[in-house]
Write a new protein. Structure first.
Length: 283
C-alpha cells in the first residue's frame, strides 16, 4: 500500500467462481470519502488506463475502484473471451461488494466506458438498488457494423467461438498524440482482437437493453463524442430517450472521439462528471 496526495492506493485480486481472480485497483482519500465511483473499462482497454482519472476523482474526495474484467488486463481468464455478459456483470458486482464492504452506506456511482457501458447498464438492470447513479461514456449500444454482420457473428460464435472477428483501431480512441503513444505501447492490449463469442455476448446484451431501457429508473449521465467512429452517438441518444429515469442527462462533445477520458478536452468531460456526481450526493 502506498500513500501520496493524502490517499491510499491498493491492488488486490478478488476470487471468482471457476478459480478466476479479478484484478482490482482502488484509491481512497485519507478523510472519509463522500461517495464511491467504480469504473468499468471496455474492449481494447483495462483498469490500468484509468489511473489518471482515478487520481483526479480521489483528489475530489471520492473513493475509486477500477477492475480488469476477466480475460483482460491483469485478471485471470482466456484473453478477451466471454460467452455471456453475466460473467462481466459478476466481476463488476464483486468489485461493488468490495467497495461497499469498506464504506457502508456511501452513495455508489458506476461509470462504464463503451462495452463497459453495456456491462454497467446490464448491472443496473440486475441490481437497481445498489447504485446512486450510472454514468455511461461512448456507450457501445449502436456500432458501425450492420445488423446482418452482427447476426453473422452470432452464427459464427456457435461454431468457432474463439475466432477473432473485431479489431478496434487505437487511433479511433484519442486525438492526443501522447495518449495514442501510450495505447500503442500498452502490452495488455497489443494485437487485441475480440473473439466471436465476446461480440455475440455483447450483441445479445444490447438486444436485452433495447427491450429494457424503460426499466432503468436511477439517475443517468450519458456522454458521447460526436466524432466517435467506434460507437455511434445515436446509441446514447436512444438510451436517454428511452430510459425510464426522471433524472437523465445527455452530453455530446463536439469533435471528441471514442475514449473521452483519454482524448483532447478530457478536462471538460471530467469536470462534467464530477459536477454531476457532486449534485447528486446529499450534503
Amino acid at each position: 500500500m502506498t500513500h501520496h496526495l493524502a490517499h491510499t492506493y491498493l491492488e488486490e485480486r478478488l476470487p471468482q467462481p471457476g478459480h478466476l481472480r479479478i484484478f482490482v485497483r482502488s484509491w481512497r482519500p485519507t478523510a472519509t470519502p463522500r461517495a464511491i465511483v467504480v469504473i468499468c473499462h471496455g474492449v481494447n482497454s483495462h483498469g490500468g488506463q484509468y489511473i489518471a482519472t482515478a487520481e483526479k476523482l480521489v483528489d475530489a474526495g471520492l473513493a475509486v475502484y477500477t477492475l480488469d474484467l476477466r480475460g483482460r488486463g491483469r485478471s485471470d481468464g482466456p484473453r478477451f473471451y466471454v460467452e455471456d455478459i453475466a460473467d462481466y456483470v459478476a466481476d463488476v458486482d464483486a468489485t461493488i461488494r468490495l467497495a461497499k464492504s469498506r464504506d457502508r452506506g456511501l452513495p455508489l456511482f458506476l461509470l462504464g466506458h463503451s462495452a463497459g457501458g453495456v456491462v454497467s447498464t446490464t448491472y443496473a438492470l440486475d441490481h437497481p438498488a445498489e447504485l446512486a447513479g450510472l454514468i455511461c461514456e461512448s456507450f457501445a449500444y449502436r456500432v458501425p457494423a450492420p445488423k446482418l454482420v452482427l447476426n453473422l457473428v452470432k452464427a459464427i460464435s456457435r461454431v468457432a467461438p474463439r475466432l477473432p472477428v473485431l479489431k478496434l483501431k487505437n487511433r479511433d480512441f484519442t486525438r492526443d498524440p501522447e495518449a495514442l503513444a501510450a495505447l500503442e505501447a500498452d502490452p495488455m492490449i497489443l494485437n487485441e482482437a475480440q473473439p466471436a463469442a465476446t461480440v455475440a455476448a455483447l450483441t445479445r446484451a444490447n438486444e436485452r437493453l433495447e427491450r429494457s431501457f424503460g426499466q432503468i429508473t436511477l439517475p443517468v449521465l450519458i456522454l458521447h463524442g460526436t466524432a466517435d467512429r467506434a460507437t455511434l452517438p445515436a446509441g446514447s441518444e436512444q438510451f436517454v430517450r428511452d430510459a425510464g429515469s426522471k433524472d437523465k442527462t445527455l452530453r455530446l462533445y463536439d469533435g471528441h472521439v471514442h475514449d473521452l477520458l483519454a482524448d483532447l478536452g478530457r478536462e471538460i468531460v471530467l469536470t462534467d462528471i464530477l459536477n454531476w456526481i457532486n449534485a447528486r450526493i446529499a450534503t
